[in-house]
Write a protein that binds this ligand. Structure first.
Ligand SMILES: NC(=O)c1ccc[n+]([C@@H]2O[C@H](COP(=O)([O-])OP(=O)(O)OC[C@H]3O[C@@H](n4cnc5c(N)ncnc54)[C@H](OP(=O)(O)O)[C@@H]3O)[C@@H](O)[C@H]2O)c1
Length: 316
């Protein structure tokens, strides 16, 4: 089968589109014929060798932590999946990923794919959708009537976070740059602050219950965010190379989020998509052979938005 792999850490030129053996599922695993994976920022950091401590991959390594595809072979003893079932999943980050024609995955991390979007586009959901869900509901316990500031709402996690926060009846203040203001507005944000012209700390006049930081801001800017939160509120931060600050005196807790696979949560996100209550945004669809160019775009900061890497022709 074809796959993109890197044999040594480095810049995007280490990525090679090559022939590799089709993987064989082990205990508890299924073989998936990949429709698509998607690009996540962590893919570039793994390739560059920056994540060798927390995410120890074995070289050569196939990137791609998101998968959408079709079950090609269920392993012995794995119930619940039939050949031909369409699935999505957030794959174990240290294992070989889905930038390939086939990938093996633990059955327990998979959810049925949404029927409402093309199967390849569904690869834009797992990691970032779960990140948004876990930030809002596992960590911040966001509830109706609460005020939330989503800093960095113009990105892939932010798109889901704005929609999910509005859906539970929160008041959403979002930051976005000119590139993404239209999309953040379409996601339903109540107020939008253009972070390229306006400082967020000056622009938020009333305290919020929750801040979700998704933006690669300076440590000093991150340190100022607890000041926007009411006593007892929460700051959830995904840019975990900077620890989330707290304000113990006012009972404001800073939480570093590390997304985890959760098939039940993923199934709930899929159900929202199929009910027309959650929209999947895909900025570009790129063939598998061109994954190195996607990493180059990301390294240059010119990715246009969520990028899906298509391995197979559409099944339906
Ligand atoms: N810890 C975890 O488990 C975990 C999981 C998932 C993601 N993450 C991290 O969380 C972050 C967001 O993920 P993502 O997939 O949504 O990334 P993304 O699609 O690259 O979005 C990040 C967005 O931040 C915005 N931004 C840039 N500078 C900003 C600033 N100064 N103020 C406000 N917004 C700014 C940009 O939007 P504009 O176009 O509007 O400027 C950009 O689209 C990334 O750093 C990612 O690596 C962590």
């Amino acid at each position: 089968m074809k796959a993109v792999r890197f044999h040594e850490y480095g810049d995007p030129s280490v990525l090679r589109f090559e022939d590799v053996e089709r993987p064989v599922p082990g205990a508890g695993q299924v073989l998936i014929r990949v429709a698509a994976t998607s690009f996540n920022g962590v893919d570039g950091n793994i390739r560059a060798g920056f994540m060798q401590g927390p995410i120890p991959v074995t070289l050569p390594h196939t990137p791609g932590i998101d998968v959408s595809g079709t079950i090609a072979a269920p392993a012995d003893g794995v119930a619940g999946f039939e050949v031909g079932d369409q699935v999505v999943g957030f794959l174990p980050m240290a294992g070989d990923g889905a930038a390939a024609e086939y990938v093996v995955a633990p059955a327990e991390i998979l959810a049925p794919a949404p029927a409402r979007v093309p199967l390849a586009d569904a690869a834009a959901l797992p990691t970032v959708g779960l990140t948004a869900w876990q930030a809002l509901f596992d960590h911040a316990k966001l509830a109706a009537g609460q005020r939330i500031l989503i800093n960095g709402a113009g990105g892939a996690v932010g798109g889901y976070a704005v929609q999910l926060a509005k859906r539970v009846g929160a008041y959403v203040i979002a930051t976005a740059g000119p590139r993404s203001i239209g999309q953040v507005k379409a996601s339903g944000a109540d107020e939008i602050i253009d972070h390229t012209t306006t400082g967020v700390t000056a622009a938020v006049s009333e305290p919020v219950d929750v801040v979700l930081n998704l933006a690669p801001i300076d440590p000093e800017q991150l340190a100022a965010l607890p000041g926007l939160i009411r006593p007892g509120g929460v700051l959830v931060n995904t840019t975990v190379w900077m620890p989330a600050p707290s304000d113990d005196a006012r009972g404001v807790r800073g939480i570093d989020l590390f997304v985890r696979s959760d098939a039940a949560q993923l199934a709930r996100l899929v159900a929202l998509i199929d009910a027309g209550e959650l929209h999947v945004d895909v900025a570009q669809r790129i063939p598998l052979a061109d994954l190195p160019a996607v990493h180059t775009q990301a390294a240059a900061g010119t990715l246009p938005g969520k990028t899906v890497i298509v391995a197979a022709k559409e099944d339906r």
